[in-house]
Design a protein around this ligand. Sequence first.
Ligand SMILES: Cc1cc2nc3c(=O)[nH]c(=O)nc-3n(C[C@H](O)[C@H](O)[C@H](O)COP(=O)(O)OP(=O)(O)OC[C@H]3O[C@@H](n4cnc5c(N)ncnc54)[C@H](O)[C@@H]3O)c2cc1C
Length: 376
Amino acid sequence: MKPVSIIGGGLAGLTLGIGLRQRGVPVTIVEAGKFPRHRVCGEFISGRGLETLGRLGLRDLIERAGAVEARTAAFFNCHASSGTRNLPASALCISRFVLDDLLAREFRRLGGDWREGERWREKDFGEGVVRASGRRAHATENGCKWFGVKAHARDVSLSADLEMHVSPDGYVGLCRLAGGEVNVCGLFRQSVGSAASGAPLTPSLSPSDGERVADRPGEGNSHNHRLGTPHGLRLMFRQEANSPLRERLSAACFDETSICSVAGLSLQPRHAVERDECCIGDAVTMIPPVTGNGMSMAFESAEVAVEPLLAWSRSKTSWVETQLSIAKNCDAAFKRRLAWARWLQALVLSPACQSPLVWLAARSDFFWRFWFARTR
Ligand SMILES: Cc1cc2nc3c(=O)[nH]c(=O)nc-3n(C[C@H](O)[C@H](O)[C@H](O)COP(=O)(O)OP(=O)(O)OC[C@H]3O[C@@H](n4cnc5c(N)ncnc54)[C@H](O)[C@@H]3O)c2cc1C
């Protein structure tokens, strides 16, 4: 069988690697980072990707590693709440520090060749090479810089398994993790003008994959000095006085080792068939995080790629056919949800729509079911 190389050992790369090893294909994963490591992510897995995990025999593994089932959600703006609502389908919440490492171990257990701490520097991703290297950095998009921040915290009491707090500059999700910890993860935008004038706390764009553990005090640039501390995080997540988010985080005890940030996100949907390389996961396109569906898309796109790559490995198809088949399957699976997710993100970030959205979320089960189904 011909070997497959996967660039990037995040969720998409590892899931593909596991799926191929289960079918006996020789696989190498080249991963730039050192595991275990934190990743900017709301750590809330929902949608069809859960079924993918079940089919690959990974769901049990994840549940045994402490994934917490999420059944309820609540939606807030600075002044109002939807109240606690049942999610149309339950989700799983698990730390990426645990999840990615668990999948890497499973890949190695299945005989995969795992090359950690190695960065792929070739421009070309030739025959037999799959790009799973995650989101592509874009300094600005439509006059805005987008950036994300994550930390784990204790002493945060929630009214639902997942809380979503929106403000005109972004949104912050809070979800319960194992051991009494809560994931606090925000996506923010900053207009390019205000960024240039030195507005506080924008993480700088890393030259590598755009993500890192925020600098400890005393390292890096001044913005990150502040971001890498609990005080900096509180400033980042600040909202108006008496807002529910401020109240939630007032006594929060942040785990400083979990603080990480990413800048230069692109939230424009892209089609896989437009990409030059064979891509899966965020390397194809990133879905707005408000949907909590990016991890699911990483798992699903990996599953979609397994059979075409198996056929290529057995010399039954050409590389061009393989790449095209994966790209078409990804586009068919994700095109509709990407379009709806774009709408949802625009509504959630529009100050004029936030109060009506909270009002609707408080009153209408149809509203929850509609958006949940359309973005998954
Ligand atoms: C703020 C925010 C909140 C989010 N919240 C959620 C959520 O609650 N639920 C959800 O489902 N999704 C969420 N997501 C999205 C989710 O994190 C991603 O969709 C998911 O991680 C994509 O997986 P991936 O494997 O494609 O990429 P990644 O997980 O990013 O993995 C890519 C890997 O490639 C490696 N790499 C990069 N370049 C190279 C190179 N040149 N050589 C070797 N290795 C390389 C990186 O080190 C990394 O390990 C969120 C995203 C953001 C930004």
